[in-house]
Each structure stands twice: as C-alpha cells, then as structure tokens.
Design a protein around this ligand. Sequence first.
Ligand SMILES: *Cc1c(COP(=O)(O)O)cnc(C)c1O
Length: 386
Amino acid sequence: MRETFLPFHLPDIGEAEISSVVETLRSGWLTTGPKTKKFEEEFAKAVGAKHAVALNSCTAALHLALEATGVRAGDEVIVPAMTFAATAEVVLYLGATPVIVDVRPDTLDLDASIVERAITPKTKAIVPVDYAGQPCDIAAITALGRSRGIPVIEDAAHAFPAAAQGRPVGSIADVTCFSFYATKTITTGEGGMATTDNAVWADRMRMMSLHGISRDAWKRYTAQGSWYYEILDAGYKYNLTDVASAIGLEQLRRAEALRDARKRIVDRYDAAFADLPELRRHPRRPGTGHAWHLYVLRLDLERLRIGRDAFLDFMKERKIGCSVHFIPLHLHPLYRDRYGYRPEQLPTSTAAFRELVSLPLHTKMTDRDVEDVVSAVREGVLQNRR
Ligand SMILES: *Cc1c(COP(=O)(O)O)cnc(C)c1O
C-alpha cells in the first residue's frame, strides 16, 4: 500500500522553465511582449499554421474564435456532449445556442455524419473536441463545414502535439484552440493559443483579446510604440503574459519528449490490463498522432459487481487519484434545465458516463507509481468480478 497520495496530474516544470521565468521577471517586461511574440511564432511553426494568437486560456481562444468567425446572438453552434464546460459556455457568452449532440460510441467524439445530422439553417459554427488527445475526424468535419460555409473551430485542449492524416492538429480546422492549463499536455499555469491560416480572423482575435483597441496595442509602451490608440470594439482582457510565455517556450521545446514519456506509460497500462475483459480501453484511431493526454478505461458493468463510483472510491482508498472525462454536458443543471435535455436523448454519452475512468498519466510518475496504479486497478477488478 502506498504511503502518499498519487495525484491524478502533476505538471512537469524543469530548471529551464524556472530560469526562463526568472530571466523574464528580471527583464522588466512582465505582460504581453517579446516572449509572447516568440511563443506565438514558435507555436505557429510547430503546428504549421500561418497565425497563432496567445491567450490566457483555451476558453478565451474558443470564445474569440467563435466571435471572429461570426457567431452572433440567436445562432446555433454544434458541440459534443463529451467535453468540458468551456466548449459550450463560450457559445452562451455570445448569446447563441449550443446544440449538444451525442458522440460516437467507440471514440466518444464527433464525426462528419453526426455533425451533418445536427446542421440547421441557424448553424454558424461546429466545435468538435479531440477527446483524450486523440484527434477526431477533423479533416472530414472541416470539409463538411467548408461545403456548407460553416466554420469549424477545433477544441484541441487535449491535443498538443497531435496529428491527423499526416498533418499537425492546428493546421487542419478553420481555427484550432489549445490549452496550457496546469493539467494539460504542456502548461503555462493558465494559458491558451488559437491557430488559423485566416489573417482576418487572427487580427480580429488579437484585437478583441486586448480591449478591442487598435492592432499591436501592447507595443504602446515600447520604444517603437506610440501612446495613441483607438478603441474599435468592446473587447476582452484575454492576453497572455510574458511570464507565462517564458514557461510556454520551454514546454514547447519539450512537448514531444513529454508526449513520448506519457506514451511509455500508456504501453505499460495497455499490457497490464490486456487480460481483463472487465476493462475496455479507449479505442485508437489508426493513422492519427495521439497526444496521449488521458488514459481512459471503460468498465464493463455487466461483468463487475461494483459501479464506476465505487471503483473510484476503491482507487482513492488505495491512494491513487483518478478522474472522469466527462460528465456529459446535457446532464448538467444549466443545459438540462435551460434546454430541457433528457438523459435518454443522448444515449451514448449518458451510458458511457457511467463506465468512464481516467487513470493518472503524467511524466512525474515513477515506475513504482505506474506499478501501484496497475496493481490497484487489477485488484479492484479481480475482487469485484461477477
Ligand atoms: C481544459 C479544457 C478546456 C479549457 O481550457 P482552459 O485553458 O482551462 O480554458 C476546453 N476544452 C476542453 C475539452 C478541456 O479539457
């Protein structure tokens, strides 16, 4: 039995990140400035996009992407049920209606046929999610959106670095939104990025991220800048600080090594659970570059005497931090009460929710930590076989 609790996630912050922050603090430039510019340039290069706009969260990126692509009050935006609060709340910020749709039974994400069935004359954006770090069928969804004139905003909060059909996530959808929240694949504490090839949308997101004032407003305090600015629209305060970007630049350099380290843990989990029919591992789409953000298992409740909640209690007793991704949106009071969703309207998400368990998957885990997770999971299953 472990002595200490194994957290579900721990950020991997090295000496390079620490020195970079200290150097930034000493530089006298704390907020958006040269480090953020550099972070944007290097991130755009990493995902093969023409433009990258650094923001203080992925939520901000999703909000600005919908705003820039033209979502307005009364419009509809298609979102999957299996996602985090952010994906749908930004639709409400704009006075539009999130149309929550059920996901594929295998990969728990959207595909083009699901999206197509949900399109109405009011649909003004589609926001698919790369669940667990595995890209959804984003090329087909983007092609469908283009054929109907509907922008596709990819919620890639889990999916850096990732690829689909040989192209990096960040270069496929009309706009792609990434998260650098503390638990994500790379982190700046809080932070996000929107990437696009569309210069008009990139400029609009940049302007709206800083009070809706004229372009490159942050330069007004530099030698090249001018004191003069104009307020062009009612913007937001969504800019990323240089302190955060200093962390981001170092994390970006390590992103693939961190991903590979998570993948080694995935391989160990896969091998350790292969003989247990009570556990179904999340299916992998062939030909996609997975970011391996989450290790998701589905409990086969027919074969077990306990439910998911009791399984999580057991893991907690064994001092292993687990999580659930996600409580489907339509089951939350906000969406249930405001739009009248019933659980059986989205049967796949409703059923999957009762079976989902996410195991710890992070690069601060030791070999011993991985073994502890494996033995706790195996015991939880073997003690509760039907
Ligand atoms: C974490 C997350 C977000 C929000 O990211 P923030 O950077 O915390 O705003 C959005 N979508 C999904 C699917 C997420 O998991």
